[in-house]
Write a protein that binds this ligand. Structure first.
Ligand code: M6R
Length: 608
């Protein structure tokens, strides 16, 4: 959602801040702003809309400054207007502040400040925090921020500057990420590594309640009790290339094509062929409890939830463990009775999703083991879970999740193998599982090589307004994911259904203008899918089949087919989801949609 980038150093700050904002665009935003030190004062520009609107406004300023703060805002309190955009200034124009998160008790603080004579120009909670810092300010910005934050409830990642202390930025976090980037004679702060990795890979991840005073050569970290804190710098393990399009027209397409590599990365160094099992370093501290659990509850949202549904099918197939998959937004409010043998696994690409984080906290309160599967290193969910497994999929910039999904699946298959070998899987079955798993990236590659076929089918199918996606068993979550991909980037109505449910309602919709995408590889549900297809055909519904290579029966039955390599039943989702991602992508492109930043969506949903 919102994004923060700050810079102090010897170079001109404005281009660095603008570049950082552009790299944060993918998170979703509706306004942006920048404030810089400029000849003894602080200058600010804010704009509604895209970063280029901000750039246009900045064009005539000719600022030569070596420090400032910048922000992309995704509206929560107050509409996306210029006066609600960050940075906010206090009444005297001395303090400027940017903020990710929500200040829960802003109204009480605002009432107090109103009584003291402050006036407010925006509807935001952030302006309240800005005035509060100003109210506490007595020439020492670090102390003013500390005093203000002691009075605040809620989540924040903030950066603050004062006209009276040029060359200094104070940053702080609670529940919203903030990372300091260090380079010789320069310092950066950002809410997301992507915003600063082109300048430095040496970073310090701030923890909750950390406050840091930044100058170009120094970062002093302390907490709300004024105790000094030492945090070791870490090295970001991906290159700036990973966060660039590298010749692809969109991040989404690039990330679809990165999937064989992402699946490879998820298995790298983890599969043990001889023993037909896996070793997951991140789970070692809790391995015994994990292997002996009797119930697994997966909590997640959106695409990560669908990955969880696939995890349920495979783990239940290979073990005696009961698996529930819950939407994090529901789980967090349920009256749960979690027994000691239960393990909760939170799946989140960003590691920041508010509902998933709240579900993690609720499960922890109940005293069970809570694990995380996240892609973003150092994110909140990674920090707050007892142990976990990283995806290592590299940064996912497109709002529509693609490589994170297949990477999450890959990690779930690793967990399945680990658990399966503890349960009923034999050595030979484990070895066979490893062999099949290893063949997945190359088979995915073969689908990608035929992307042009999917592109031309997308042309034909882009004229419809409604779509039905059907699948069974493991391919039911794939149907849900295919429908989600299409609706979020092309704004077309699409529904995913378990094919067996078709007769219980959705069949009423079928006619010549309502195409069905039938996921029907040659697996144990094949004959049942054929029956569904016959029923759709009888009602003149157009059918696009995702079928196994060389399946002439399906070719005859469906209007069109996309063929995918044959693979063991258990692994078909890796094959069937790729064409659906490409189909969604090309249909959205046909319709001229803004693919990487679809309307109303944010990459990390950090509010409920
Ligand atoms: O970062 P997370 O995996 O926790 O995000 C969960 C959902 O917000 C996310 O998967 C969302 O549904 C994507 N836009 C789907 O493409």
């Amino acid at each position: 959602m919102c994004g923060i980038i700050c810079y102090l150093g010897k170079r001109s700050a404005v281009p660095i801040l603008l570049d950082g904002l552009r790299r944060l665009e993918y998170r979703g935003y509706d306004s942006s702003g920048i404030a810089v030190f400029n000849n003894g004062s602080i200058d600010r520009v804010r704009a509604v809309g895209k970063i280029r609107q901000l750039e246009d406004k900045l064009d005539n300023q000719g600022w030569q400054t070596s420090g400032g703060i910048a922000h992309t805002r995704w509206a929560t309190h107050g509409a996306p207007t210029e006066s609600n955009a960050h940075p906010h200034a206090d009444n005297s124009g001395r303090i400027f502040l940017i903020h990710n998160g929500i200040i829960e008790n802003y109204q009480q603080i605002k009432d107090r400040l109103l009584d003291k004579g402050y006036h407010f120009d925006s509807e935001t909670d952030t302006e309240v925090l800005t005035q509060l810092v100003a109210d506490c300010y007595d020439g020492d910005l670090g102390q003013a921020v500390t005093q203000a934050l002691r009075q605040v409830r809620g989540a924040f990642g903030i950066a603050v500057i004062s006209r009276d202390e040029p060359g200094k930025i104070v940053v702080a976090r609670r529940g919203s990420p903030l990372i300091i980037g260090i380079r010789d004679g320069e310092i950066f702060a950002a809410s997301d590594v992507a915003a600063l990795v082109s300048h430095t890979k040496k970073v310090v991840y701030l923890e909750d309640n950390d406050i840091a005073v930044l100058t170009p050569d120094q970062h002093d970290i302390f907490n709300l009790d004024d105790a000094d804190i030492r945090r070791q710098p870490e090295t970001v393990d991906w290159d700036v290339d990973a966060a660039e399009k590298q010749g692809f027209p969109h991040f989404m397409l690039k990330e679809i094509f990165e999937q064989p590599q992402a699946v490879q990365n998820a298995m790298r160094g983890r599969l043990i062929e001889d023993e037909g099992t896996v070793k997951l370093g991140g789970l070692q501290p809790v391995l015994k409890r994990f292997l002996n659990m009797d119930r697994l509850i997966v909590v997640s949202c959106g695409t990560s939830y669908y990955a969880g549904l696939i995890g349920r099918c495979i783990i239940e197939h290979m073990t005696e463990i009961g698996v529930d998959v819950d939407l994090a937004s529901e789980f967090r409010y349920r009256r749960l009775n979690l027994k000691p043998g239960t393990v909760v696994l939170a799946i989140s690409q960003s590691g920041e999703t508010a509902d998933t984080l709240a579900a993690v906290r609720e499960a922890k309160r109940k005293g069970v083991l809570v694990l995380g599967m996240v892609n973003v290193v150092g994110s909140n969910i990674a920090r707050e879970t007892a142990a976990g497994v990283y995806n290592h999929a590299g940064p996912e910039i497109g709002v529509a999740s693609t490589k994170a999904f297949t990477s999450q699946m890959a990690v779930l298959y690793l967990l399945c193998l680990l658990l399966g070998r503890r349960h009923r899987m034999s050595l030979a079955e484990g070895q066979q599982f490893v062999e099949t798993f290893r063949s997945v990236p190359e088979k995915m590659e073969r689908i990608l090589q035929r992307a042009d076929r999917i592109e031309s089918l997308a042309h034909k199918y882009s004229r419809y307004s409604n779509y039905l996606f059907l699948g069974r068993q493991l391919n039911y979550p794939v149907a849900l994911e295919g429908a989600l991909k299409l609706k979020e980037i092309s704004y077309r109505h699409a529904e995913g259904y378990a094919a067996g449910e078709m007769k219980h309602g959705p069949i009423a919709l079928i006619d010549q203008d309502f195409p069905t995408i039938c996921i029907a590889p040659r697996d144990s549900s094949y004959e049942k899918m054929i029956s569904n297809i016959q029923e759709i055909k009888a009602r003149k519904g157009p059918i696009l089949g995702i079928v196994s290579e060389g399946d002439s029966r399906m070719r005859d039955l469906c209007d069109d087919v996309i063929e995918v390599p044959q693979i063991d039943d258990l692994f078909t989702p890796f094959m069937t989801v790729v064409p659906l991602q490409l189909l969604a992508y090309y249909i959205a492109r046909e319709n001229g949609c803004e693919i990487d930043q679809p309307r109303n969506l944010a990459k990390s949903v950090t509010v409920e």
